[in-house]
Design a protein around this ligand. Sequence first.
Ligand code: F6P
Length: 547
Amino acid sequence: MDIGYLTKLGANAKSRKLFSLFDDEMRSEKYSLSAAGLFLDYAKHNITDDELSGLFTLAKQATLADKISAQFSGEQLNNTEQRSVLHTVLRASDDVKKSVLGEQAQVVIDTEAKMAKIVDDVQSGNVRSVTGEKFTDILAIGIGGSYYGVKVALSALVPYHQPGLKAHVLANVDGDAAQEKFAKLNANTTLVVVISKTFTTQETLLNATIVKQWMLNANSDNNSSKDIISQHWYAVSTNIAAATAFGINADNILPMWDWVGGRFSLWSAVGLPLALVIGNQHFNDLKAGAFAMDQHFQQAPFEQNMPVIMAMLGIWNRNGLGYPSLAILPYNHALRALPGYLQQTDMESNGKSVDNNGNTLNYLTAPVVFGQEGTNGQHAFMQLMHQSADIIPTDFILSLAPTSEHLANHDALVANCFAQSEALMQGKTLAQAEAELRSSGASETEVTRVASHKTMKGNTPSNTLLMQQLDPQSLGAVLALYEHKIFVQGVIWQVNSYDQWGVELGKQLGKEVLNVMAKPMSDIESETLSSSSLALIRRYKNNLVQR
Ligand code: F6P
């Protein structure tokens, strides 16, 4: 069994009506499981018992169990950067930290203690602004993995935010994003956390610079710049020297480590802006939820292993059935940032076409991940999902308990979520469309004219992931579930899920464009840029002249 063989198997499955698999009355029972407080229904996938069993065989042939042990024990799975992949150790006990990290464990434990103290001091008012006031706002500056994890958790856990302390995230280099924050923040009571693993990311440094200028300019009581920065500014980075050079007090710099990938770093001091507003207990609960999923992932047999099942079904849909996309549809307003978070976690991890040995792959890897909160998606892209020729596998994510007291709204939200997965699977045949039109009194002419426009392909597979309620534990479990799903897919696809060389060319050319842009109009030339880009640069410079 290999990836190529899946394509053959899938050809047979594609001719099957997914709905017909429900002739097996036990299907719903057999194709669902609970783990770490979550419930996964995966019955609406176009797969039989034998095909699913074949996927587990593929996982075993890929020595997945050994790879899972290797990851948790700190082997350098990130082979191009010679790094371990140990975001999981950050949510494990101190004993596990010591057994995996050896002497570095104490640095990690001390950093967690330091982070917890900062949180307690800020929340209690022990640590105050340079004007002696309690901090009212936290401004986190970072992008990619130094942004998405904090963003998704802040949005998801609003009910757990401490009153009187609000958090904001600033990622885009577009000055409008910063301006938006300046318009609503009081510099005198804003605490800034600059998050950057490398502390070299252009967007983050430019934003940190304008935020610093904003804060110093707003200084009302003639406090020294040094006092303002030392009392209001914190940083999280592996690059302590660069953070110090930026002017941040060494005592306010929390380390992170190269064995934590940016997109997997929420569990580290990167989570500081989140912990500052939800408090240490809830932040620990988030980690506990992830830890519960880690335990399940390490211990459950593949056939009862939620991340393995989601991963292998994703491989089946991608390589067996050839579906190019994955829709992430959280039917939960508070999880509206989850699709964006998973775009980076999934596509930046497995959007590759070279294997661990540097050989070009002869099969496809990560799907294009997109999505938005339900029910909004039903008024955006669900038309295409129901009636285009493309079949788009979908993850529906829902909390059974409402986050608000509006119960009728929650009933409608849940009903829409379940209905969409059913409609995507069942579709509507021409005969059904014709019968519907006839029963509505349409003439035969009308039936002939309209019926085909009302057919829907169906056969779209989906997962429905349920949590009892959206709280720190369940959020932690969901994020860890996807981390492990992505890990498993990387193992099967034999790619390194933990580097991201694909972002380098854009950065290099960005520097070249800036250099060319700085030249006088008469010298706008470049060995590397096309005439199209040079013409665009000239047009931009012309606009600058008129500005
Ligand atoms: O998107 C590319 C990337 O390197 C991500 O992997 C990373 O999370 C992000 O940029 C930000 O990097 P840093 O945390 O070093 O600022």
